[in-house]
Design a protein around this ligand. Structure first.
Ligand code: NAD
Length: 490
């Protein structure tokens, strides 16, 4: 590596939040190590989390803090505590989505033989989609008995994250990208993620690609993580599998997370605020520290990143461990957060002797992906409607009789489901029914296209006959292909 060829970017300001729980302790540790290593950046401190929620800001952040984030565009964030219950929104999700940080990169690496793990060769990077899926946070109570959360998967969202995963693999010399979805069940949403993955994999013949259903994929990850290299997956699955991966690599306290977008980046540990450890000077600061290492690379200071990372590896290798990774007979000393910090600072300038020292290449450009190109519009035909009813103690054939009386010409009732399972016509008496009914009106092939006015007419008659409709979903064909799933048992 040629240190003289490095061209650091002009001195930047980083927005820093100390967070809740163990947040202040691990942030102090991280900043102390970074400053001792000679990192060059100014700090703008903002307050986020519990105290801000308690002051009545439902997203856990005050409006003035957005000014800092929008001006620095680099955020080093300690974990926060999200209050339970309604009325509060997750700050992490809000920041990721508001700033368009679409890619969440979570490397999970084993440090055997120095940190106990059953998977000494493990080196997996989880690339988690960061803005969509069930984390869109669009939830509604529908009836007395039923809550709903909308799962949104978009083509631009899939394209961006899958392209990022392949470009990441290329840049970091990785051989394979594995896509995890549940498209055997969610054929439209996860099906889109999988099909975009297949399309983009074809454009990267130099990288091996494979798809697994998330359940067996997660089981194999927990059992044989060595078979994975880069994993790309929707938001919720990514959140779960990255915690599994971090924990089996050694400790959830050691894994970093970089949230990357076109207009900014946020760096944090993958773990939460661990209130059970707060104020005890025992937390492992490594997840946040390694996230800060990624931030230094992002700031154009790869030499400082390298110095910090190698000193940290040396500390781990010297058996100086916080309690979560301390193992009798493997570790040498069990350290507090502050002692661990001092141990890393004392090793700045040293490299590991057994673990592989890291090198960050200053010449490497940041990952860029092709801008999204909106595909040509499809031909969209309205062919029916699903009407959702709230009805307690109902009999499906009674609901059908009432709805058939309200039917539009050319828009007959074709099916009623409860929790997705067909209960009319010809339902099974064993099927348990809640108070939430999906009633499908579909035009026959001979008629096909219907109008919005016909749907409004239908809803009006349903309402007049005293039935409580909660919502409706239009059924459309796109280029002749149904844009809606069949009922289970249909
Ligand atoms: P958590 O990750 O905070 O803690 C789980 C357990 O992991 C802890 O009991 C602790 O034993 C261990 N652990 C976590 N970090 C550690 C560290 N640095 N060193 C040693 N051990 C560590 O998860 P939780 O208890 O489910 O959540 C606590 C709070 O954190 C919740 O309010 C949750 O909403 C929030 N949270 C925040 C973030 C974030 O800010 N990015 C992420 C996840 C959870």
């Amino acid at each position: 590596m040629n240190a003289t060829s490095r061209q650091p970017k002009p001195r930047q300001t980083v927005t820093v939040a100390f967070g809740d729980g163990i947040g202040p302790e691990i942030m102090d540790s991280t900043l102390n190590i970074l400053m001792a290593a000679g990192a060059q950046f100014d700090i703008d401190i903002i307050e986020i989390g519990k105290s801000v929620y308690q002051r009545g800001f439902s997203s856990g952040i005050e409006p003035s803090s957005w000014d800092s984030l929008r001006s620095t565009r680099v955020f080093l964030k300690a974990p926060i505590t999200t209050p339970q219950g309604g009325g509060f929104k997750s700050l992490n999700v809000t920041i990721r989505k508001s700033l368009g940080l679409y890619a969440n990169i979570r490397p999970c690496v084993a440090y055997a033989p120095f940190v106990k793990t059953r998977h000494p060769a493990m080196d997996v990077v989880v690339v988690r989609e960061n803005e969509e899926d069930l984390y869109a946070g669009i939830e509604h109570r529908q009836t007395d008995e039923v809550m709903q959360c909308l799962k949104l998967i978009t083509r631009p969202g899939c394209e961006k994250i899958v392209r990022y995963a392949f470009e990441y693999a290329r840049k970091h010399g990785r051989k394979k990208v594995t896509c995890l979805t549940k498209d055997n069940i969610m054929k439209l949403t996860d099906g889109l993620f999988h099909s975009v993955f297949d399309e983009i994999a074809l454009l990267h013949p130099d990288i091996e690609s494979e798809h697994m259903i998330i359940d067996i994929g997660a089981a194999r990850l927990a059992d044989t993580p060595e078979m994975f290299d880069v994993i790309v997956t929707p938001n919720l699955y990514g959140d779960i599998v990255s915690d599994i991966a971090a924990q089996i690599a050694g400790s959830v306290g050691m894994a970093p997370s970089a949230n990357i977008g076109d207009h900014g980046a946020m760096f944090e540990a993958i773990h939460g605020s661990a209130p059970d450890l707060a104020g005890q000077n025992v937390a492992n600061p490594s997840g946040l520290l390694l996230a800060a290492v990624q931030m230094l690379v992002h700031l154009g200071q790869p030499d400082v990143a390298e110095k910090v990372h190698n000193a940290w590896l040396r500390t781990i290798e010297d058996g100086l461990h916080t309690f979560d990774i301390y193992t009798e007979g493997v570790s040498c000393q069990r350290l507090s957060t502050k002692e661990f910090t001092e141990a890393v600072v004392a090793r700045l300038g040293q490299v590991p002797q057994t673990l592989t020292p890291v090198e960050y290449d200053e010449a490497e450009p940041e990952i860029t992906i092709l801008p999204y190109q909106r595909p040509a519009a499809t031909t969209k035909d309205l062919v029916g409607v699903d009407v959702f009813l709230h009805w307690r103690d109902a009999d499906p054939s009674e609901i059908a009789r009432m709805l058939q009386a309200a039917e539009e010409p050319d828009l007959p009732l074709t099916m009623i489901t409860n929790r997705g399972v067909k209960v009319w016509p010809e339902g099974l008496p064993e099927t348990f029914c809640t108070d939430h009914w999906r009633c499908r009106f579909l035009s026959p092939q001979t008629v096909h296209k219907i109008s919005h006015a016909q749907i409004i007419g239908l809803l009006t008659r349903i309402s007049v006959s005293g039935m409580d409709f909660i919502k409706c979903e239009n059924l459309c064909n796109f280029d002749g292909q149904p844009g809606f799933a069949l009922g289970q048992g249909q």
